[in-house]
Design a protein around this ligand. Structure first.
Ligand code: P6P
Length: 281
């Protein structure tokens, strides 16, 4: 796992450099979810492929930007499912974006997630890594090198609310619940970038990030293997919870297709228990 962590650190530096140096235009292609691809999306995907090609323990890669499985090493143990540059459309307005990695062993389902990591490309490059043991670890770059900052623990109750999805497409019970949080004094913190939005709640003591099923996206928007399950491990290991709209742990998801999405709620215990009550689950 150390070699995979080192690979992600190398990827982080290279993608950060690409963000600062490369053309921000759109490529003439779209990804598996039908979203237009920035040249940066394609460039970031290529960087990840090339770096993991040097890590013999990585058997396969599955990218949010492509269909299918990219085979690397016959004797490898792990499949790395990744979103190379989540929220990339925010780069042209200079907001933070991120890369997300889920490291699986065996069938691609949540119970086979061995570890997860994400990188935030912001004023500094920061990285968080979680395994099934212990709290997530925060790393940040100082003088262009990653240094370990410490463990991440969420409070029982927070004060931040990151409500995803188009509000006019929310179910009435979801809108009433979110409005209730704001009436209780929660502060709106939503950039439209999953990585910085979830990173902020993890580091600022807690709250709730929600991307529900909506009338226009009944199964939600965020992808299980590349986005939802990796962050579910982070939140659970930090002492919070991560569930879907049925109250099921996201760490029990079994995608039927690599690009399946799921309604998802990540947060401190108090907010998630309140959401379960509001959803009647
Ligand atoms: P909405 C970015 O496009 C993304 O995939 C996530 O990073 C983010 O949380 C979500 O979509 C934002 O979606 O519908 O709220 O704009």
């Amino acid at each position: 796992m150390e070699l995979i962590i080192d690979a992600i650190k190398e990827i982080a530096h290279r993608i950060d450099e690409a963000i600062k140096m490369e053309d921000l235009g759109y490529s003439d292609s779209s990804n598996s979810s039908g979203e237009d691809q920035l040249k940066l999306d394609v460039q970031s995907d290529l960087i990840i492929e090339r770096v993991f090609a040097k890590v013999s323990s990585v058997k396969n890669l599955v990218s949010e930007e492509k269909e299918g499985v990219h085979h690397l090493h016959d004797d490898g143990r792990f499949t790395v499912c990744y979103d190379p540059l989540d929220g990339s459309s925010l780069v042209d307005v200079n907001l933070s974006v991120g890369s997300i990695f889920g490291i699986y062993e065996g069938e691609l389902k949540a119970e086979n997630l061995v570890a997860s990591a994400y990188v935030v490309y912001g004023p500094r490059i920061e990285m968080v890594m979680a395994t099934r043991e212990g709290k997530p670890t925060l790393y940040c770059t100082r003088r262009n090198h990653f240094e370990t900052v410490g463990e991440i623990t969420m409070n029982e109750k927070g004060k931040l609310c990151a409500p995803g999805g188009t509000q006019k497409h929310w179910a009435p019970h979801h809108k009433a619940f979110i409005d209730g949080l704001f009436n209780d004094g929660y502060r709106l913190r939503y950039s439209g970038g999953m990585v910085p939005d979830l990173h902020q709640i993890l580091l600022k003591g807690g709250g709730l990030f929600s991307y529900p099923g909506t009338t226009d996206k009944p199964d939600g928007k965020l992808r299980q293997l590349f986005e939802v399950i990796p962050f579910a491990l982070m939140y659970e290991q930090a002492g919070g919870q991560a569930i879907n709209d049925k109250g099921m742990r996201l760490m029990e998801l079994v995608p039927s297709h690599p690009h399946d999405t799921s309604p998802c709620f990540f947060g401190s215990n108090s907010e998630i228990e309140a959401l379960k009550n509001a959803y009647g689950v």
